[in-house]
Ligand binder design. Sequence first.
Ligand code: F6P
Length: 525
Amino acid sequence: MSDHRPAPTTLSAWQTLAKLSQSLPRVDELIVDPSRNTALRLSAAGVNADLSRQRISAAILAELLDLAKQSGFADNRRSLLAGEIVNTTERRPALHTELRAPATAGLPGIREQVQSTLHRVRAFTQQIREGVWRGCTGRAVQTVVFIGIGGSHLGPELAVRAIGNDGRLSIRFVANIDGSTLTEALRGADPETTLFITASKSFSTLETLENSRSARSWFLERTNQSAGLAKHFVAISANVPAARDFGIDPENVFPMWDWVGGRYSLWSAVGLPVALASGYDTFESLLAGAHAMDQHFATAEPHRNLPLLLALASIWNTNFLGAGSHAMLCYDDRLSLLPDYLQQLEMESNGKRVSSSGQPVEVHTMPILWGGTGTAGQHAYHQLLHQGTRAFSADFVFSAASPTELDHHHRWLLSHAIAQGQAMMQGDRHTTSEKQVPGDHPTSTLVLEQLDAFHLGSLLALFEHKVFCQGSVWGINPFDQWGVELGKRLANPVFEQLSGAPSNQQDASTQYLIHQIRTVGRNTL
Ligand code: F6P
């Protein structure tokens, strides 16, 4: 993939799209064209997508596909999947697709590392779930506390919540440095039957290290068994020396690799909680679903390529229709963490203002992504969606199959999902002004055949590839995240100052806030 990709605005397709956006029919006018609707509906790896509620005509679709072509989609996709350097600032490939490739496929050299790690994950899962792995007093593990943040947390917690836990183990997640998170996770846990898993690619993330240190103190204070640490603390990391310095036996460190970005790492040993919650076969199904979507992404023609079409719809909405936010509306409580997961995946990947070649992008990139679960959201923020003043786009996601025997609940749930998309499309313009709903908002609907490990894997891989396709058109690198570093650096002196060091070199607001906390905090102790 070239570092010197053309600026999107210089492409003729971009300029044509700008003209087409000037005189655009409403969605409810566009949707009467059956052939256009067919072109905007497709199925891939168990995800059935309807993009016919997008404000995209047949001519616009053709031009968007030309935009992808002109920005080098085919070559960029080939570079990604071949393991070329696509993370240009860090000079790395981005090989998350290799993590879910079957044992008989995959890139030589990478494949062996992946397979040997999967064997270890399988063996470890069996030992824990079957009670073969024993703690420092010979008792089997009952509670797993998984410590990690960002890409080393959101995927596994989302997946365990979505796919479920068969109840053999209690699995708790600790991400935030807020002391109440760890305290809550340890409530009622017995140190003799608790296993801690620290997941950190760098093994240098402040929140994860502080939480792990406090967990280690909690364990040692209660068991007085430093020799027992090896039976109660394991890690997933690319930094084995740092894990060893922390006190974790290198034998108990599952690898991560530089060629997998943190937010793309659910498919590595980071997905261990999925296997622990419901067995290794479930984790394998998750990988199989993602691989099925990879196959689709790799082989489908651009006009039938679902990740590409989702990306192009997003570019159309963001850059030509002025949508500044994208709502992820999940009509399934099991997907309640999907908006959080996608905030990291999409906003950390594509929230960029500089192209891969270091030039200003000059167009908007990733919009603000937010969302929640329906129908609860309908009684909160949908008012703004229907009658507010801001342009937005939205994705509806739900499962066709009901997760419970309360089938009529599911029919009600999906009725609302479908009707909300309908309301956003057609609006209601034939009533008094205060009741009018303009409609004409672009939405896509993603229907999973059912919500299980396979379909979750497929859905998440779909979004990963969508992010790549967006980055490909915008000419940005989705695989770095330099923007998060400044805040981390600035927190260090503030911590020193909250702990007593002088703060008079800080700006006026920072000094005031530190003073407040030092005085008010002390008074309330
Ligand atoms: O927020 C920045 C970030 O680097 C993410 O990209 C990453 O997933 C997270 O921190 C955690 O990093 P690590 O796995 O190294 O602890």
